[in-house]
Each structure stands twice: as C-alpha cells, then as structure tokens.
Design a protein around this ligand. Structure first.
Ligand code: AMP
Ligand code: GLY
Length: 424
C-alpha cells in the first residue's frame, strides 16, 4: 500500500516510524513532515488544510490510505472532501468526517453527546452572549473552582479554571462579549470541577468494533512539579499505573461502549482514533473531553507499545474488519521526554542547529519541530523532539530518555526532568 500521513509533529513521526515497519507498505509520504519523518518516507511540502494540493498528491502518488494526524483538517472536513470527490471517494481516510470531528470541534456538542448517551461527566450548561446573565447565575450557584471552556477550537488555550467568582464572571463576559477566543468563544461551556487524577485512553474504531489502545498520562505544564504555563505536552508515560485492568474495564463499559453505541445512534460513521480525556475520581472514570485524533506526545508512547502491524489495523478500520485484526501490546513502560526551544510556550527562536543527533541512543528520537537545512537539522518549533524509551519500570525508561535528552544539543534546549516522578 501507498500511504500518506498528514501532519508535522512527533505524533506523525511516531506513526511514520511504525508504518514504515509494515510488511504491506510500499511507499510512505508525509505532508508536510519534518526532518525525522524524512527517514521513514518522503516528505511533501503541503499544508494539512490544502485539500486541493492533497488531492493532487493522492492522485499523483497513487495513495491507498490517508492517515490524518491533527484535528484541524478533520474539523474542516477533509474526510467529507474525499467522499464528495469522484476521484478520491474510494480512498480511505483514517479520521472522522465533520460530524464525528465535532466531538472535539465543539465542547457543547460533545457535552450534549455525553449526557444523551449516559456517559459519566461533569454537570454543565452552555451560554452565549444572549444569556450572559443566566451564566452569571449558574456560576453563583456552583462551588469554586469554576471551569470555563470555549466551545470551539482555541489552539488548546480555550479552557480556564478560576478560583474567584468575580474573576470567573469577568472571564465569561470576555469570552462571550469581547470574543476573547474569537468565534471559538461565541458559546461557552461552564462545568463542574472534577477532583481526581487525569489520564487519557485511546480507542481505534471502524465505527462498529474497536480496540482500546494503551492508556497514557501526559504532563502539560512547562515547569517541573507541574507548574507554570500550559504547553502542548512536555512528556508522557504509558501504561498508567493507577489505571489498572479493573479501571480500564470500567472505562470500557461506562465510556467506550456507550461512545461507540452513541455514535451509531446518531448515525455518525466514525473511522479513526478517539482520544478520551478522563478523570479518575476515586476509582470512577469521568469524561473531561474527547479529541478526534491521537494526542501528542501521547502517541510517542502509545504507538511504540503496540506490537501489531499498525497499517494492518488501519486497513481494518478502512474496510470495517477491525474485529478480525490481531492486536497485541508490549509489556513494560514507555516514557517520552519532550525537548523544547528556550522560551516555549512563549516566544522562542527557530533555526538553531541540532548536534549529536547521529549518535546511537537507547531511545527513539521522534522529531516534533525540526527541519532539514542542507546537511544540518535545525529547530523549527516550540517542541523539538520527543525522546521515547522503554523500561521495565518508569524509572528505567525515564532515565534513558533523560540520558538521551542530555546528549542531544541545541542552543536554549529545555526539558522537564520530573516526567513520571509522580507515578513512581
Ligand atoms: P481540555 O482542553 O478540555 O483538555 O481541558 C484542559 C485541561 O483542563 C484538562 O486537561 C484538565 O486538566 C482541565 N479540566 C478540564 N475540565 C475539567 C473539569 N471539569 N474539572 C477539572 N479539570 C478540568
Ligand atoms: N497532549 C494533548 C493533546 O494532544 O491534545
């Protein structure tokens, strides 16, 4: 098969690394990719939302399957674009259509979906600028802290957790009336704060059957001890020790099965990954959010723990034969430590030369934000590498990742040294 992966991050490098090992693969293309994906296949310089450009590429390279990494093209309807095009309609896209992508594209839609299909989730209500005062009353009748969520995609910044009632009211007004997050905050979900430990569970589905992939915990804040600004993710661990078999079984019964059944009841033919953000509240799962894709950097620990052929599984999704596919995972732990550019998640400089990359490491070095500049690899984003290692314990895996991160050099590099510490 000829495969096209859309995206340019560590997630897409992990996908490319895994798919490159498949017996069924002929040619692999990544658009736009990065300096790391170039070692797994051919990079093509195209934006993930350039649907016409993607169409030409698919046609030219005789692509048999498209795997979509990020949410943006899914929410914008790339899958629908394929289905509505005479040339593309029979080429499978892994990733939901616009209707399914609403699970991530609209918090209001996803909360309605959860309530309607009986999933455990925080109590909530949705407001617009026309009922701002009702929003104030709703806040007054809730305990602190207050959770405010912009309805639409806001580049991961649309969730505010605020302790003070007055401040929460002001922020609600800023979101609804002053368009703090643009059109994304024309509607705001206010929900009850959940106390517990967070983790993510990933599901691959062909719309009928599903496989539950390894669970992971990510580390969102820039600083050690989970302090400072939110980032795209500074590290991840899989499996999650507190998500034992009994907990995952609960997740399957109370969350995964009702989600798949709910999609069917709504007439949503969902083929792709579902990323379920969960809170473990005293042993009971509660859904925080859905994403219509895999997580980054979670993919960099989840995919390396899958022993089976990923392309075979994706082919199963495309042909709705996922239930016939072999699915095995690897024991032990995988951890990833994300190396970022100095200044991230604020301002940072790109184009720093990376040294020592050609050395042999006891880790998988996934590129997130890099590009090839003649003979050199240079930094090209806030998150630069995700350094994944295996271990029989979290300690062992993290130690390997830290050792590798210490050796790879670029000016201003930073990484957290406490990934997984809370789980040890
Ligand atoms: P989201 O963008 O939905 O992933 O939310 C960002 C982060 O806010 C989540 O990863 C949680 O850490 C936190 N969060 C969201 N909703 C809640 C909630 N209802 N209770 C507690 N924390 C939450
Ligand atoms: N690591 C969180 C995400 O991919 O949304």
């Amino acid at each position: 098969m000829n495969v096209l992966i859309l995206g340019s991050g560590g997630r897409e490098h992990a996908f490319a690394w895994k798919i490159a090992q498949s017996k069924a693969l002929q040619n692999l293309y990544i658009a736009p990719g990065n300096a790391g994906t170039a070692h797994c296949g051919t990079n093509v310089n195209l934006a993930v939302t350039d649907f016409e450009g993607i169409k030409n590429l698919v046609w030219e390279k005789d692509i048999d399957l498209v795997l979509v990494g990020p949410e943006d093209p899914l929410v914008k309807g790339i899958h629908d674009f394929f289905l509505n095009d005479d040339v593309l309609k029979d080429i499978p896209v892994i990733g939901p259509k616009k209707d399914g992508a609403q699970l991530e594209g609209s918090k209001d839609f996803s909360k309605q979906f959860m309530i309607k299909h009986g999933l455990p989730t925080a109590r909530y209500a949705t407001f617009t600028k026309d009922n701002l005062n009702e929003g104030f009353v709703f806040l007054e009748n809730m305990p602190s802290p207050y959770v405010l969520k912009a309805d639409g995609l806001a580049a991961g910044k649309g969730v505010l957790i605020i302790n003070d009632l007055q401040e929460a009211k002001e922020e609600l007004k800023k979101m609804l009336v002053d368009a703090k997050f643009g059109a994304a905050s024309a509607r705001v979900v206010i929900e009850e704060f959940l106390k517990g430990i967070e983790l993510s569970v990933f599901v691959l589905t062909d719309g009928k059957s599903y496989k539950i992939l390894p669970a992971a915990k990510d580390y969102k804040r820039i600083g050690e001890g989970d302090t400072g600004l939110n980032t795209g993710g500074m590290g991840a661990v899989s499996p999650v020790p507190f998500a034992d078999e009994a907990f995952i079984k609960k997740v399957e019964e109370k969350v995964v099965k009702p989600t798949i059944a709910g999609l069917n009841k709504e007439g949503i033919d969902y083929r792709g990954f579902i990323f379920i953000g969960l809170m473990n509240c005293d042993g009971e799962p509660s859904v925080i959010e859905y994403n219509c894709r895999m997580g980054d950097p979670e993919t960099e620990v989840v995919i390396p723990r899958i022993k089976s052929d990923l392309l075979d599984l994706l082919h199963g999704v495309a042909t709705q034969t996922l239930h016939t596919k072999e699915y095995e995972t690897r024991d032990g732990y995988a951890t990833t430590v994300v190396m970022v550019s100095g200044g991230y998640p604020g301002e940072f400089v790109k184009g720093k030369v990376v040294d020592n990359l050609e050395q042999k490491f006891d880790s998988l070095v996934f590129h997130s934000g890099t590009k090839q500049a003649e003979a050199k690899v240079v930094t090209n984003g806030g998150r630069v590498f995700a350094i994944t290692s295996y271990g029989v314990s979290i300690e062992e895996a993290v130690a390997k990742s830290l050792h590798t991160a210490n050796r790879i050099q670029f000016e201003g590099k930073y990484y957290r040294k406490d990934i997984g510490k809370d789980l040890m």
